[in-house]
Design a protein around this ligand. Structure first.
Ligand code: FAD
Length: 405
């Protein structure tokens, strides 16, 4: 039997424009592996709402490729599969979470021990965090010059798509249901189902809808939580069901076709995609971002501990309509509009004086787009302790914000 190659899938749950997928496809018969690894991320194992998304996304992907599902520490399970199959190489997309570099090192060691090659690819971001440096050769701490440097860099290109030949051997796999990713008794995710279409096809639908109905109004309308002008692509981007390069190229081409009519909106949207890259840029260079303030002087901030107030915030019972609407929307749908995330986070950290780390943990469990870089960076931004953050004295007025937006 031919020795297979392994495609180790992570946050790149797509079959198109995926460099690791293409390279594996070109190398031989492929085993597509996904591991549910609750051990490696420590406190940051995938949260409840994201587990619902993951189930639905893997369900979709398994209609396109034969997936092998295993549970356990990724490097240990990968070593098992290499032993069971005699695989000659492992291909994967790079991840930037604080635990990823140690994990990727252990994976490389496991490959060395098994005599298999180990190939890592980019594609989760537009620009690798090391590729964008300021004049002194250091990472950026401020978004605007970072985004300027990105705009000046070569435009992102899409790797072509490839067809994959599955390995003909037999390998045992868990079933998705065995992982219990979907909530039961109560099924609080029932209200998520009509809101979202997880998976690669759903990501395409979201992008196309945005180009048809949202883009033209994005620059003006993106701050209006009552209007459907944002893309709702964040969970798809988080899970890699679509790449930021695919979004970038599509928006550039839509703007070119509109002959200048949507230029301001397109530019604004590309800048938002670059906020995602910036969050990863910061996380990659300051891996304590999820737990420690980027500005160390905030380490001594006297946050309050008030369970009753925190619970009222979580349930959307603060009495401030825009804050409460956001937190109830989060519970019912797994998302919250960006403007309302800012107002709700400001309310928690600046009115209730409860630490941003508490709010970030709640979002981690309840958002379908919960993302270690964007969530940590955004909470720190609102709290005033992050890179390029809103200053501590900038407090979103929840009444005026409700009236204005
Ligand atoms: P669009 O307006 O259509 O933007 C397009 C894309 O750009 C988004 O899909 C997203 O990938 C990226 N983007 C937009 N704004 C930001 C931003 N401020 N930072 C980083 N990337 C951005 N976003 C997450 O993806 N995951 C999180 O866990 C997360 N937590 C947040 C917590 C707080 C307190 C705040 C204030 C913001 C958070 N955001 C997070 C950023 C932002 O709110 C969401 O990305 C956005 O609301 C997603 O909706 P959309 O896809 O319609 O965005």
């Amino acid at each position: 039997m031919t020795k297979p190659v392994i495609l180790w899938l992570g946050n790149d749950l797509r079959t198109t424009n995926n460099a690791a997928f293409n390279a594996a496809a070109a190398a031989g018969e492929v085993i597509c592996l996904y591991f549910l690894d609750d051990a490696t991320p420590g406190d940051w194992k995938i949260g409840g709402a994201s587990r619902w998304w993951l189930h639905r996304s893997l369900e979709q992907l398994s209609r396109q490729v034969k997936l092998v599902l295993r549970r356990g520490r990724s490097d240990a399970v990968l070593a098992d599969v290499m032993r069971e199959t005699g695989a000659q190489a492992v291909y994967f997309t790079r991840n930037y979470a604080p635990w990823s570099s140690a994990l990727e090192r252990r994976v490389k060691e496991a490959c060395d021990r098994a005599g298999a090659a180990c190939h890592r690819y980019g594609g989760y971001l537009l620009h690798e965090p090391e590729a964008i440096r300021n004049g002194a050769g250091e990472p950026y701490k401020v978004y605007t010059p970072f985004s300027r440097a990105c705009f000046a860099a070569p435009e992102p290109k899409l790797p072509p798509s490839a067809k994959l030949l599955p390995w003909k051997g037999e390998l045992k796999s868990d079933t998705l249901d065995q992982w219990n990713l979907l909530p039961k008794n109560p099924n609080w995710a029932a209200t998520f189902e009509p809101e979202w279409q997880p998976g690669e096809a759903g990501a395409r639908v979201a992008l196309n809808r945005f180009m048809e109905d949202g883009l033209a109004n994005y620059a003006e309308g993106r701050d209006r939580p009552d209007q459907p002008f944002t893309s709702r692509l964040s969970p798809h981007l988080h899970w890699g069901e679509i790449s930021p390069a695919q979004c970038w190229v599509a928006i550039r081409s839509a703007a070119a076709q509109a002959g200048g009519a949507t230029d301001a909106s397109a530019e604004k949207f590309l800048k938002e995609i670059l906020w995602r890259d910036f969050s990863y840029h910061i996380l990659n260079h300051w891996p304590t971002l999820p737990t420690a303030p980027f500005r160390p002087e905030f380490g001594a901030f006297p946050w309050r501990s008030d369970d009753a107030a925190f619970n009222r915030w979580k349930r959307g019972e603060t009495g401030y309509p825009i804050v409460d609407a956001g937190l109830r929307q989060l519970w019912a749908t797994g998302t919250m509009h960006n403007r309302v995330r800012m107002v709700a986070a400001s309310f928690l950290t600046k009115h209730l004086l409860i630490s941003w780390t508490e709010g970030a943990k709640w979002f981690w469990d309840t958002l379908v787009d919960a993302d270690i870089a964007s969530n940590s960076a955004s909470w720190q931004w609102v709290a005033g302790c992050g890179a390029d953050a809103a200053p501590y004295f900038r407090i979103f007025n929840p009444v005026l914000q409700g009236e204005k937006f």
